[in-house]
Design a protein around this ligand. Sequence first.
Ligand SMILES: Cc1cc2nc3c(=O)[nH]c(=O)nc-3n(C[C@H](O)[C@H](O)[C@H](O)COP(=O)(O)OP(=O)(O)OC[C@H]3O[C@@H](n4cnc5c(N)ncnc54)[C@H](O)[C@@H]3O)c2cc1C
Length: 487
Amino acid sequence: MKNISIWKDQTKINNNNNVLTKGLETEILIIGCGISGLSTGLELLENNKKFIMVEKKQCGMGITANSTGKLTFAQGSIYDKITKTYNFSTAFKYYQSQKDAMKKAYNNIKRYNIDCDYEIVPSYIFTDKDNEIEKIKKEEIFYKKAKINYKKVTSLPNNYPIKYGLKFDNTAIFNPLKYTQGIKKIIEQSKNKIFENTTVHEVKKMENKYKVITDRGVIYAKKVIVTTHYPFFIKPVFIPFKTYIEKSYVLASKLKSPKISAITLSKPTISQRNYKDDYFIFASNSHSTSNHYNFSKQFNELMIKYSNSFLGDIKYIWSTHDIMTNDSIPYIGKINKEEIYIATGFNKWGMTNGILSGKIISDSILHKHNCYNSIFSLKRKFSLIRVLNLVKNDFKTFTTLILTKLVKNHKFYNHAKVVNINGENIGIYYHNGKEYRVKNTCPHMKCSLIFNEFEKTWDCPCHGSRFDIRGNVISGPSTYNIKLDKK
Ligand SMILES: Cc1cc2nc3c(=O)[nH]c(=O)nc-3n(C[C@H](O)[C@H](O)[C@H](O)COP(=O)(O)OP(=O)(O)OC[C@H]3O[C@@H](n4cnc5c(N)ncnc54)[C@H](O)[C@@H]3O)c2cc1C
């Protein structure tokens, strides 16, 4: 069993050797080459716009390479939530945006001949609990009113025990890393450059352009697109206060599975899909990063849930996280009075929303009207439900920050501890008689880090940054490592 996503293990990655060696000037700079950044690059390319892209690691290897790779509009209980927070017409517009993104993915795959194991499969939303049937019925109200075709079901094709569900045809699944590698290749064949292994640390506003400071030099740009999953700067849209992070656990087993893309409505969700004919992907135990710190326990529960219903050997197991908004709608668009554009808060539906953000952001740059601008706008109005969720989630993050400062060593740490040396908290991981020491403070907003015994990483419970045992940042918002200064 490998501690890595199935996509990362089974996809050939083409490294690019472009190295940013001197200060560059560009009209448009895209920071972050996951599905959102690459989709934006592709849209700009198709409209003959020139741009530069920079990527901290390798394209597509961020959160995109950890997803379950479903392309579907059937996203749990999202339409009921959006209807309650706003109204039916906003929920319907969101549905249309997801359908458009699914169509765009299909068209890109066909037009550019991208080999990404794309398969049309039915999507199911379901519950395995009697007391949640009502919840599905509420979601059903939206589909009925919107005149969307669906079938009621009481079983799944893989015989997973369910109480009630809805089935939708013509949705899809793919290998998200192969898809992003395909888009990267198209961009690289154009005159536009992608610089991998280049981390942006700061975006400074100058008179009529931005000075973007990377670890390999400075880039000047008139417009900056931040598609780094988590926008790494706090101001000016206060993303840390408007969002929270949900962590989930995923496994892929060697199991012949019928074609399926299924998800429950309840928390923790259960998500399932096949990968080609011989793998089955199963995810569960999602929780806010501020709720649970014992990650090994979550992994064990995931494996037990899987083994209770399925037989195939587990080949891959990994954890991942996504940014959740307080109204279930992502933030995509231009920051007021700036020439900075962001796409974040995909609520675990970033395949469709990442592709969609490419269209919304490029339309904005090209001064084209986009009918989805207002619902994804960074300036959208606060509803009462949104304010209540915001207060609840911010309170949770704040108490987490305090709690992690008070409780340093958790009971479940078998091979790690946090010690205070000369006023600084140091995280130590012990392995084979060796000590691996790092700073125990997240450079992003100074939360203390929790040791993830299962994956051997230091994870931030506040905003999701992750670091390896040597202190290298694996995923942001932190753009800095936590290595100890050499004295
Ligand atoms: C368990 C789970 C399952 C999911 N399954 C699905 C699914 O089936 N379908 C679906 O639609 N969505 C799914 N999602 C959501 C989806 O995975 C994410 O929303 C999506 O991948 C985010 O894409 P992105 O491009 O914004 O981020 P990323 O893929 O993380 O891309 C951001 C890139 O920016 C780079 N970067 C970061 N900081 C810097 C910096 N300072 N300088 C330069 N580069 C930087 C990173 O290295 C990275 O490559 C799932 C999420 C979870 C948690």
